[in-house]
Design a binder for this molecule. Sequence first.
Ligand code: BES
Ligand code: MN
Ligand code: MN
Length: 455
Amino acid sequence: MSNPIDFAHSQRRRFYDELWQFLRIPSVSAKSEHDADTERAAEWVRVQLEDAGLEARTYPTPGHPVVVGAWSGAGPDAPTILIYGHYDVQPPEPLDLWNSPPFEPEIRDGRIYARGAADDKGQLFLHVKALESHLATRGTLPVNVVVLAEGEEEIGSPNLVPFVREHRARLAADTVVISDSAMFAPGLPSLLFSLRGLAYFEIHASGPSTDLHSGAYGGAIRNPANALAKVIGDLHDDDGRIAIPGFYDDILDPSPETLEGFARLPFDAAAYTGEVGAPPEGGESAFSPLERMWTRPTCDVNGLLSGYTGEGAKTVLPAKAMAKLSFRLVPGQTPERVRELLEAHLASAAPPGVELTLVELHGGRPWLASLEGPLFEAASSALEQSFGARPVLAGEGGTIPIVVELEEILGANSLLLGFALPGANMHAPNEWFATDCFERGIDTLIRLYDELAEL
Ligand code: BES
Ligand code: MN
Ligand code: MN
């Protein structure tokens, strides 16, 4: 057999079996009880890359290992692509909301259900199988390839920047290719022009030295939970704008062409949010829902902790309260600057009797594609041949922290093409990946490597 696409189709059963092996490994990066599993997933990826015909190594880091695979047989005149993906997954909890166990993959109604099926094991696997299909049939690849797979994306990639700096020579590439996002709609692929950044904090409020009887002390002291609730409430004004002085100052507005593109997309905001049981409300009222998700920053409470939350009532004034607070950032903003602004704001917002302290968890800068013609044309062609539709340009509200860093350190441009579908339940119970996208995804990537060789 000489055609990589025919090969991939003939090997489908085995590809599914191997994906099942991968999805069964509970590589939850956030939980140390899964450290051995996470390491096992790294080793599994390394062996897969070797079996596909690449040279592959796992590198230990202070956290989870990095896997690097390489194939440079296309020679110094051919371009080099770096394929990035992550083999770690989010915690599967709450388990009782899953219809099948998160680490026992199952196909129902044309969907592969498992934690990591879409984010990002399933999509990383597409690249491995596309590489294998080329090498197994032609004995060669049209481009030189470096595969970089990390196990800490879901916890903010704390060890990857130093790794990339240290190994920049080994990772050198002309183009970065990432499949860790979604298509715009079923049958309608997309190329991303942006990712939002992230700045994630905890705010700790502390008051009296101990929890107190709320009758004996109520009215005499300030309750840190009340104080924190007010601080959080005051973070937005009535129009949904973030009320931290200076917060919007550095933002670079999207181009008029970008905004005109949004109007042409087949997007029904009420249907999009209706599917999750909510109206499209709550963001900045002066902007459309797509603008709010793709081009505007947000500030959201991700968790709250204080006082008595068990069964029944307990009359108590808590000594402490805590909020987990994250900001999605857009071009012009940085996690460092947001931290400074938030710190200054909290210093002036803390009422007498309550102390507020800020702890930074992790962050990532926003990414904006350099919409380079030939790169996007190559990807569009591969997507169109495989899905029967030309891709749309789309923004993305989520974050992949390493993208900006990879571009800067390696001096490369990135191509972000993802194969999940909207509503794939990434990070949520019942995560899924459509079998149709899985199969067409491999075809697309096989074609993409050929197209990239022409650049
Ligand atoms: N793959 C996602 C980012 C994403 C989500 C892209 C949906 C496109 C559509 C990535 O794994 C992710 O979850 N990123 C985190 C970043 C973090 C933990 C630092 C995010 O966006 O919350
Ligand atoms: Mn991901
Ligand atoms: Mn994720």
